[in-house]
Ligand binder design. Sequence first.
Ligand code: AMP
Ligand code: GLY
Length: 417
Amino acid sequence: MKVLVIGGGAREHALCRSLSLDPAVTALHCAPGNAGIAEVAELHRVDALDGAAVAALATGLDADLVVVGPEAPLVAGVADAVRAAGIPVFGPAADAARIEGSKAFAKDVMAGAGVPTARSYVCTTPDEVDEALDAFGAPYVVKDDGLAAGKGVVVTADVDAARAHANSCERVVIEEFLDGPEVSLFAITDGETVLPLQPAQDFKRALDGDEGPNTGGMGAYSPLPWADTKLVDEVLETVLQPTVDEMRRRGTPFSGLLYAGLAITGRGVRVIEFNARFGDPETQVVLARLKTPLAGVLLAAANGTLADLPPLRWSDDAAVTVVIASHHYPGTPRTGDPITGLDAVAAEDAPHAYVLHAGTRQDGDAVVSAGGRVLSVTAAGADLTEARDRAYRAVARIRLDGSQHRTDIAAKAASEA
Ligand code: AMP
Ligand code: GLY
């Protein structure tokens, strides 16, 4: 099977790594990719938001499957263009990707499907904003309706800050604050059959102890030893399957990866958000534990034949990933700095620990930083303690001037396990 992956972050590196280990994959291509993905896939240049260009590339490569990683191309209709060219594609059509692209749309789908989520108001005027903020009280949760690359949500006790964010957006969703630990649960679906993956937890704040600004994610781990063993079944039944059924009922079937961001509150599970693609950095730890070869699963989702697959097989290992970010991230990051120590990780820590690249590029003989999140150092172990130790041992070998990482990824879960 010839596979083309669209994207170039650590999520796509994790996808490419798993695909490269799948004996069914005979050729692996990625566009635009990064310096790490170049070690397992042939890279191509393409404007990932240009559906016609992606479809032409896939046709030229005679691809049997295209996997679209990030949300922006999905919302822009890249999967539709590839599908229209007659090539199976893993990733939802634009009208289904709206479940991530518009928070108000997602709320509407959840209401239709009876899926538990925070109570909310959609506001377009300052008066509506004030009314909604009043109705819920602090802490305030204010979400830009559209895609905002992880920067659209403000959670604050400060009503002026809440109001300022709301009034800076064209349309906002203001909602009830949900208390409790967060879980990311992904499901692969063909629009009808839903295969949940293993749950993971993401660390969204920049600094240790969940301090500092929100980021795209600074680390993740799986499994969640503290979670109820019935969590996955419960979320399948109350969230994932009803949402997929509702999307089909509306005539906009969702196929691809449905990401449920959940809060485990005292009153039960509530959906915080849906995404229309694999999450980053959770994918790095979820795929580290998946034993079933990936390509066949993604192709079955693309072709509508998931019901025919045997159950997914999972490793009992735990996995931890630690993100190494640039100086200033999540502000405008400094880029172009050389990264060293990657060879030492490959020599000393493989196969248990390995480095997935996010924002990197090759510059002559050097690998240099090229984005906010630069690397995602991933490790497996018999339990979270061992996986953590291995991940941080590898992190310690890597040098990137001014870089930052959290030191407490999975620490609490490991100590309680
Ligand atoms: P998002 O950009 O939708 O992933 O949201 C970013 C983060 O904001 C989430 O991971 C939560 O930590 C927080 N958040 C979003 N909605 C709520 C809510 N209703 N209550 C509490 N925290 C929230
Ligand atoms: N880890 C959060 C996200 O992918 O949106």
